[in-house]
Design a binder for this molecule. Structure first.
Ligand SMILES: [Zn+2]
Length: 255
């Protein structure tokens, strides 16, 4: 969330972390990435997608980030709405080097300092497909997860309402509906492929950050009723589409 879901503003998130309430999948809290790496055991459908992609002509998404795109200067600061950086296209990454690792480390630092549990690269002014999160929200606790070039290839049909905040919208919290779980593919900070199902809080955090990588902000997904409760604070009145529901990036790998 380069925003991030903010723990102190989301008491229910704490409740999840501290108990085994059944709202989320029972194995919440046991997230260990990479749970599974895509390899020889990759499902046939995924392999088919890969091969068709390989045969296709270069798409716009194959315009990878350059060294200049990945340049940053610490200390990083969180970009606030309505900075157009939050709506800009985020380039895929194909250089897995010390600079990328340093960027991820800096993002974690900013995330912890601002009480976030997730952060996307565009939220610190770097328009690339990178996110970091740690559902524990505390350095030294939980698990630090870095995802590069993530893609959602399946979303649960079951939707959950949950209160979210976003570091790019300080002080604003509202309910957002999202699928309960998602199956994702991504790369880690070394470039190794990851394929995993996320549920519970990690699924919620991932989806919020993944939206940032698509230029989608959390108010884009609020219902009109919810939006009315924060419209004043957002100061965006007429710019919000009448239908605030954007389809979830679900059933196919688009990144
Ligand atoms: Zn956010």
């Amino acid at each position: 969330m380069a925003a991030g879901l903010r723990l102190h503003l989301c008491p229910r998130l704490r409740a999840f972390a501290d108990s085994s309430r059944p709202l989320f999948a029972p194995h919440f809290g046991a997230l260990t990435l990479p749970l599974r790496r895509a390899g020889p055991a990759m499902p046939l459908a995924a392999r088919a997608r890969r091969s068709s992609t390989a045969a296709a002509p270069p798409a716009e998404d194959d315009d990878f980030a350059t060294a200049a795109d990945l340049r940053f200067e610490p200390p990083l600061e969180v970009v606030k709405y309505p900075d157009p950086i939050l709506r800009a296209r985020n380039k895929r990454i194909n250089t897995f080097d010390d600079n990328l690792r340093a960027l991820a480390d800096e993002m974690f630092d900013v995330m912890y300092k601002t009480d976030g549990i997730g952060l996307s690269a565009p939220q610190v002014g770097v328009n690339v497909q990178l996110m970091v999160f740690n559902p524990a929200g505390v350095k030294g606790e939980g698990e630090e997860i870095v995802l590069v070039n993530p893609a959602v290839y399946k979303s649960a049909k079951r939707l959950l309402v949950f209160e979210e905040g976003c570091l790019s919208f300080p002080g604003i919290y509202a309910n957002v509906v999202r699928p309960e779980s998602v199956k994702i593919e991504a790369q880690d900070v070394t470039g190794a492929k990851i394929k995993v199902k996320l549920s519970g809080l990690p699924a919620r955090v991932f989806q919020h950050e993944f939206d940032h990588l698509l230029g989608i902000l959390f108010f884009d997904r609020m219902t009109m009723d919810v939006l009315e409760t924060v419209r004043e604070e957002l100061k965006i009145s007429q710019k919000i589409p009448k239908s605030a529901c954007i389809p979830f990036p679900s059933q196919n790998i688009s990144a």
